[in-house]
Design a protein around this ligand. Structure first.
Ligand code: DGL
Length: 269
């Protein structure tokens, strides 16, 4: 029995890690499409096609429920896949909604009309494709009014993290935070709208300063998944847990082991 977790590469491991801590009894089958990462510089149709293929691989591996632990894939593909109709008994969930519910202080499934919330100035850090999609602002507008969102497309950051070049990644975080601050000098909250970015969370927090509340998705998505599995205990699927990659399994295993500080062994997808 395994729940599928998908990302373009290593970023979804931040979600997997939180989900494993929150749900130690649940098995997970992870798929990183490292051969095609980063997704954030691709157009929406391209991301959609790659996401459909990856989700199919996880369904073929026995998963019934797949989490798109990738904002770029969630923005480009989630609604389109759901509206296009999923095979019987299969479900796909994304990572935006738990984050926005936390930001707007809503509980799961609270579909009441949009209302004023405490936070008024929000900085969104995400990939160029996620920023271009405006999916975050759309989901937010369903739930809150009067929130000013300034988005910063963090070009180059996913590549640097995928390559394990943390010195470059740190420099890029600082320059993207500077660029954001030129547009919004005093954000109250910052959203790490890419699952790779929690690997740099401390750098974001240091660059933003202690007065800015930084939201990242791992724990929020894990909590929401726990809630979902209580309501849908039959969605844990069949199949075996493990780690799959479309990239070079040895290289990806080394990087994943470094990030999670425990041995992770990927196999070819
Ligand atoms: N982790 C993906 C996300 O959350 C990274 C996208 C990419 O590959 O650029 O958007």
């Amino acid at each position: 029995m395994a729940v599928g977790i998908f990302d373009s590469g290593l970023g979804g491991l931040t979600v997997l890690n939180a989900a494993q801590k929150r749900l130690p009894e649940v098995d997970f089958l992870y798929l990183g499409d490292n051969a095609h990462a980063p997704y954030g510089v691709r157009d929406a149709d391209d991301v959609y096609g790659l996401t459909v293929k990856a989700v199919q691989r996880l369904w073929d591996g026995g998963c019934d429920l797949v989490i798109l632990a990738c904002n770029t894939a969630s923005a480009a593909a989630l609604r389109r896949m759901q509206e296009g109709g999923l095979p019987k008994g299969k479900r796909v969930l994304g990572v935006f909604v738990p984050l926005i519910e936390a930001l707007t202080e809503r509980r799961w499934g609270d579909n009441s009309p949009p209302r004023e919330v405490a936070v008024k100035h929000v900085a969104l850090f995400a990939t160029p494709a996620t920023v271009a999609s405006r999916a975050f602002q759309r989901e937010l507008a369903f739930r809150a009014i009067g929130v000013d969102v300034e988005a910063q497309a963090c070009g180059g950051l996913v590549d640097a993290i995928e390559e394990g070049d943390m010195i470059l990644a740190e420099a890029l975080v600082r320059s993207h935070v500077d660029a954001l601050r030129r547009k919004m000098p005093d954000p109250q909250a910052a959203i790490l709208g890419c699952t790779h970015y929690p690997l740099m969370e401390q750098v974001f927090q240091d660059a933003l300063g202690p007065d800015v509340q930084v939201f990242s998705q791992g724990d929020l998505v894990a909590e929401s998944l726990a809630d979902y599995l209580v309501r849908h205990p039959d969605m844990q699927g069949g199949g075996q847990s493990g780690f799959l990659t479309t990239g070079d399994p040895r290289k990806v295993s080394d990087q994943a082991t470094q990030f999670l500080r425990r041995q992770i062994t990927f196999c070819a997808a």
